[in-house]
Design a protein around this ligand. Sequence first.
Ligand SMILES: NC(=O)c1ccc[n+]([C@@H]2O[C@H](COP(=O)([O-])OP(=O)(O)OC[C@H]3O[C@@H](n4cnc5c(N)ncnc54)[C@H](OP(=O)(O)O)[C@@H]3O)[C@@H](O)[C@H]2O)c1
Length: 249
Amino acid sequence: MADSTLRDKVTVVGGGERNLGGLVSRTFAEAGAKIVVHFHTAEQDAERTAEAIREAGGQAVTVQGDLTRVADVRRLFDTAIDTYDRVDIAVNTTGMVLRKPILETTEEEYDRMFGVNAKAAYFFIQEAGRRLNDHGRIISLGTSLLAAFTDGYSTYAGGKAPLEHFTRAAAKEFAGRRISVNTVAPGPMDTPFFYPQETPERVEFHKSQAMGDQLTRIEDIVPVIRFLATEGWWFTGQTLFPNGGYTTR
Ligand SMILES: NC(=O)c1ccc[n+]([C@@H]2O[C@H](COP(=O)([O-])OP(=O)(O)OC[C@H]3O[C@@H](n4cnc5c(N)ncnc54)[C@H](OP(=O)(O)O)[C@@H]3O)[C@@H](O)[C@H]2O)c1
């Protein structure tokens, strides 16, 4: 992938059915990419997203998978190769949040959180490294909590924390094939993922701490992901913390 457009770039989007991943799928497709829309439980959302892409003249296929299972991660990339004969870009937006004190967290919760946020992220990067063409792009989703000193998010931020090193190690290991590997770590984003574990007061607090007194929108983050997938060739092994450098809203 030596050029800097998305035209005909086969893109696997982990969690590509709705919210941030859904917008990545649709935006990349509008720019000419061929999309593999991965979903876990939300099949209808995945079909809706794929149908919207096809109606707009693009190409999309859906595939279900529990990405904590390595076999499912491999099947996701198999689907891309079987459908389009190649993979150029892999964006993993999957994740799971829990806000709970350490003293109350169960072993089962710990395993589930690290299963999605660390293990699935690791094997997604591994399989992308095996299957992407030279000049490919791998982009994972972290969280700005990686840079925060806060309570309650030990298994969420802790589960995402290894991503920073997975990203650095993979960037080094895949550099010979000019594959870049980066993580995007947004602040609190206005999606249904964010609200269940927060009180209305904490939502207001998060807004007050953000640039422009507002939550991040998925529309703010997709251009960052797109940049890393196209013009961002000089970035690799990085965790980017997009924080709203200016606001026009
Ligand atoms: N919203 C925020 O405040 C915020 C802030 C910073 C970073 N992030 C990160 O941004 C990413 C996208 O979040 P979002 O707000 O767009 O929410 P989202 O749509 O709920 O994204 C999470 C995705 O992960 C999938 N997933 C969960 N467990 C899975 C598993 N075992 N196997 C495969 N997929 C699984 C979910 O599918 P199911 O729901 O079907 O399980 C969903 O598609 C996440 O990685 C999140 O950690 C979010």
